[in-house]
Design a protein around this ligand. Structure first.
Ligand code: BES
Ligand code: ZN
Length: 630
């Protein structure tokens, strides 16, 4: 007998439901029930009742820095289910009603740091399909959202808002089951004051409604997505078309530079499709946000969010776009069921990113970027120690968590795993395998155990010798680096490494070569240059390479790290300016860490600067730096 509970958890391709305004089709994705798929970061109990669709009707209030309105949840309930449990971090819920308008009792349980609290709604006995409406306001400090004052934008005239949902921040502004394994379709109608434009991680539905001094924008996502992928931005922004299905949003003052840097995006989508199958999301647009955006990029479906710090003027950092685009397959299509397996999102994506770069710009650049990634992994493994459980791709329970894991492992060791398998089985066979993995798990959650089983079934087959050479289990579950890891092509950086060795030996600065080097080459030089330098040496380096005036923020960051670690006083004002302008955690947190490691000298500087810049950062960056500067 097929129970309703089974229906809840296993997939049905599409169901037709009736609602007040007519029939509606929604895709219902399966929820995994195996122990390895369990998400400890959610309170949801999808086996009892699960959200399948979220309908938001919200108003943005820039004066109060508040967002509120109604969230209507479409729910699939098991027979006998009387409760729906949602994730709630600081939501102010005023009223919850069922489809008949009857008030439903609800309770908010005890709250846990970061995770928030369970919001349990008494849905009472009833039909398998329910619709409930939640009237609420997000807390003023909702951690997903950053409300920027006009001074924090390029235009300086209008405020700005953006959200960051991954990993578990969307529960601060959307009342739903906030787990990557519980996929939901969504629709949103958002009002904002003129002249602001609202964009979201779904397709635009018609033109904005004119409401006098406000406008209403409607977006929808008809494919079930992990709820961390619901995203919003609002500001004085303009759009520039790139190709038939690609384009970029940015503040008018940034739009030309943003368009130049992202000009190859349509070609990247085409290359990605040739590699691993159709792009399934319709449009691929991007928005270049103000510099307080806490990440390099975020793969919000149909609308990647980007830091402006990737604008180097020469497209040398557009691997970021390739990365976020690749998530349209690894991450958004096939999604880690929980955060212990985020290498499935980030590692596979980092590999895919490199393949896109190779397709567009050739093997030389791709090999260089792969070599940088390999070196990053080696540094991370070295720092963490060989037996550190955090160096396994699948994070064991002892260390797992929504924010757990090391970049050099999840991203770089994950990519290195894919590269090693590719090298051993050969590219055609590997590509066919990875493509079928995406096709056969499209719009579904996945775990390490699933990809391992899939590799064994569809890549290794009945070939024990190959199985032995691949060492798949060791790659996924053991710490450290397996013996079969494929080394990067040494020749990729031969010239730069020779120059770095020359500089380390005789102190000769390769100024002429530097001026011709690419971003990857400059970063390699900075990484290979000696770490201990005198003020005289640093001044000579700055003088010869113009590092203090560097326009590429990755290179500037590398310089400031080197300079501050040597207590080089002239770098302090430059660092202060950088930390005031940029809120990207990858730069800000390590720079404060460097300062805090430099005794009373650095600690005084860090505290002074952070005292001024802390209010300028998104909660993601602020929370990380709070742990460093104290
Ligand atoms: N999905 C990540 C960002 C993220 C990860 C947010 C975990 C929250 C929790 C995004 O795709 C990413 O990896 N960004 C990188 C880009 C880089 C690897 C090219 C970043 O922000 O630096
Ligand atoms: Zn990523």
């Amino acid at each position: 007998m097929r129970s309703l509970a089974a229906l809840l958890l296993l997939s049905t391709a599409a169901c037709t439901t009736m609602k007040a305004d007519g029939p509606r089709r929604e895709m219902i994705a399966p929820v995994l029930t195996t122990a390895d798929a369990r998400d400890t970061a959610t309170y949801a109990r999808p086996e009892i009742a699960r959200v399948t669709h979220v309908d938001l009707d919200l108003a943005l209030d820039f004066a109060a820095k508040a967002v509120g309105g109604t969230a209507t949840l479409y729910v699939l309930a098991a027979p006998g289910a009387t409760e729906l449990v949602l994730d709630d971090r600081g939501l102010q819920v005023s009223r919850i009603t069922d489809e008949a308008g009857r008030e439903l009792p609800f309770t908010v349980g005890a709250s846990t740091e970061g995770k928030g609290a369970p919001l349990t709604i008494a849905i009472g006995p009833g039909a398998e399909r329910r619709r409930i409406a939640i009237q609420y306001t997000a807390a003023p400090g909702a951690e997903a959202l950053q409300w920027l004052a006009p001074e924090q934008t390029a235009g300086k005239a209008q405020p700005f808002l953006f959200s960051q949902g991954q990993a578990i921040l969307n529960r601060t502004w959307i009342p739903t089951q906030d787990s990557p394994g519980i996929r939901q379709t969504w629709r949103a109608r958002i009002t904002a004051p003129k002249p602001l434009t609202v964009v979201m991680s779904g397709l635009k539905q018609g033109e904005p409604e004119d409401l006098g001094d406000r406008r209403a924008f409607t977006y929808a996502m008809d494919k079930p997505v992990a709820p961390y992928l619901i995203a919003i931005a609002a500001g004085d922004i303009a759009f520039r078309k790139i190709g038939p299905r690609t384009g970029v949003w940015a503040e008018p003052a940034t739009l030309d530079a943003a368009a130049y840097e992202t000009a190859d995006t349509e070609k990247m989508v085409e290359a990605a499709e040739r590699l691993y199958g159709p792009y399934r999301w319709g449009r691929y647009d991007m928005i270049v946000l103000p510099p307080s955006f806490p990440y390099g990029g975020m793969e919000n479906p149909t609308l990647t969010f980007l830091t402006p710090t990737f604008i180097a003027g020469d497209r040398g950092l557009n691997g970021l776009v390739a990365h976020e685009l690749a998530h349209s397959w690894s991450g958004n299509l096939v999604t880690n069921a929980n955060w212990a397996d985020s290498w499935l999102n980030e590692g596979v994506t980092s590999y895919f990113e490199n393949r896109i770069i190779e397709a567009l710009y050739g093997t030389h650049r791709a090999q260089q970027e792969a070599a940088l990634s390999f070196a990053e992994m080696e540094r991370e493994l070295q720092d963490a120690g060989a037996n550190n459980p955090e160096t396994a791709l699948h994070l064991p329970d002892s260390v797992a968590g929504p924010d757990a894991g090391l970049g050099g492992v999840i991203y770089d060791k994950g990519a290195e795993f894919m590269r090693t398998v590719e090298t051993i089985v050969g590219r055609p066979r590997f590509d066919a395998w990875l493509r079928q993995w995406f096709d056969n798990h499209a719009f579904q959650p996945a775990t390490s155990a699933m990809i391992l089983a899939d590799m064994k079934a569809n890549l290794v087959g009945n070939d024990p010798a190959l199985a032995q050479r691949l060492m798949l289990d060791e790659w996924i579950y053991q710490p450290g680096l397996p013996a079969n890891a494929v080394r990067p092509v040494a020749a990729a950086f031969a010239e730069v490494d020779a120059a770095a060795a020359g500089y380390a030996g005789s102190g000769s600065i390769p100024a002429a070569a530097w001026s011709k080097w690419t971003t990857a080459e400059r970063l390699r030089f900075m990484a290979e240059a000696p770490k201990e330098r005198t003020a005289t040496q640093l001044a000579a380096l700055d003088q010869a390479l113009g590092l203090s005036r560097e326009g590429n923020d990755e290179v500037l960051f590398a310089w400031l790290q080197l300079a501050l670690a040597n207590r080089y006083e002239p770098a302090v004002p430059v660092a202060e300016q950088f930390l005031t302008r940029v809120g990207r955690r990858k730069f800000v947190e390590p720079m404060f860490r460097t300062l805090m490691g430099e005794g009373a000298w650095g600690q005084a500087i860090a505290k002074r600067i952070y005292g001024q810049t802390r209010p300028l950062y998104h909660a993601v960056t602020r929370d990380s730096v709070d742990k460093v500067v104290k």
